[in-house]
Design a protein around this ligand. Structure first.
Ligand SMILES: O=P(O)(O)O[C@H]1O[C@H](CO)[C@@H](O)[C@H]1O
Ligand SMILES: O=c1cc[nH]c(=O)[nH]1
Length: 235
């Protein structure tokens, strides 16, 4: 057991998908994995291990926001030897030309979080980026599956409800595709501890147009993203 994950040594695969929502983790495990077994229910943050085309893969919920996701990424890598992590999340689109359910691969992640300012004493604006190998593989997988995945930068925000929507407009002007709440921390922690990480997202809502998917859809229907992630993590 680590502090926040109840798995025994060897129960978590070296390849992990990380949705924020633990019930999306359950849905992914039950829908896609062969012989899926739940290894942790600590704090309701469910984790499962099974096989995808014969290769062991784990699915671990990470919660909402960078403090929570950082805990799971840190413990998966340092306590369980995880080598590759793909976040499979929902996001709000900032770019006008994105539609609900579009899939995004986040090449880089800007953030308003203070976590990296603390890490670098406020002296460096560290640029959290995806592992290039995972990113390239995900693009190839999406092409093979006929999924029109967008690749580009996103924002990892501390707050879901912002008082500064004007900043979202500015970020969109600079090519930032969407906002979510974990990717910058995931990329930073993976870099620090020599693991590989990628964030794949499905557009669950459009910030400018006010369009939304339901909670049930966010939990159980983002299958294109999950299939790209599973094929990528075993490649
Ligand atoms: O759907 P998940 O993976 O939780 O991701 C997004 O959804 C949550 C907010 O609704 C945040 O965690 C955000 O990053
Ligand atoms: O973090 C998130 C996730 C989905 N939609 C948003 O607006 N923000």
């Amino acid at each position: 057991m680590s502090t926040h994950i109840g798995a025994k040594p060897g129960e978590i695969a070296e390849r992990v998908l990380m949705p924020g929502d633990p019930l999306r983790a359950k849905w992914i495990a039950e829908t896609y994995l062969e012989d899926a077994k739940c290894y942790s229910t600590v704090r309701g943050m469910l984790g499962f291990t099974g096989r995808w085309f014969g290769t062991e893969v784990s699915i671990q919920g990470s919660g909402m926001g960078m403090p929570s996701a950082s805990i799971y990424a840190h413990e998966l890598i340092n306590d369980y030897g995880v080598k590759a992590l793909i976040r499979v999340g929902s996001c709000g689109a900032l770019s006008e030309d994105l539609q609900l359910r579009d899939v995004i691969a986040a090449s880089g992640s800007s953030t308003d979080s203070n976590m990296n300012r603390m890490r670098f004493d406020g002296l460096i604006d560290y640029a959290p980026v995806a592992d290039f190998g995972l990113l390239r593989t995900s693009v190839e997988v999406a092409e093979r599956r006929g999924i029109a995945m967008r690749v580009g930068p996103i924002l990892a925000a501390d707050a879901f409800y912002t008082d500064r929507p004007d900043l979202y407009d500015t970020l969109a002007d600079y090519g930032v595709l969407a906002v979510e709440m974990e990717s910058a921390a995931l990329y930073t922690i993976a870099a620090r501890f020599k693991a590989r990480a990628l964030t794949l997202l499905t557009v669950s809502d459009h910030i400018k147009r006010g369009e939304q998917t339901t909670a049930q859809e966010r939990e159980q229907t983002f299958s294109q993203m999950v299939e790209v992630a599973l094929d990528t993590i075993i490649a």
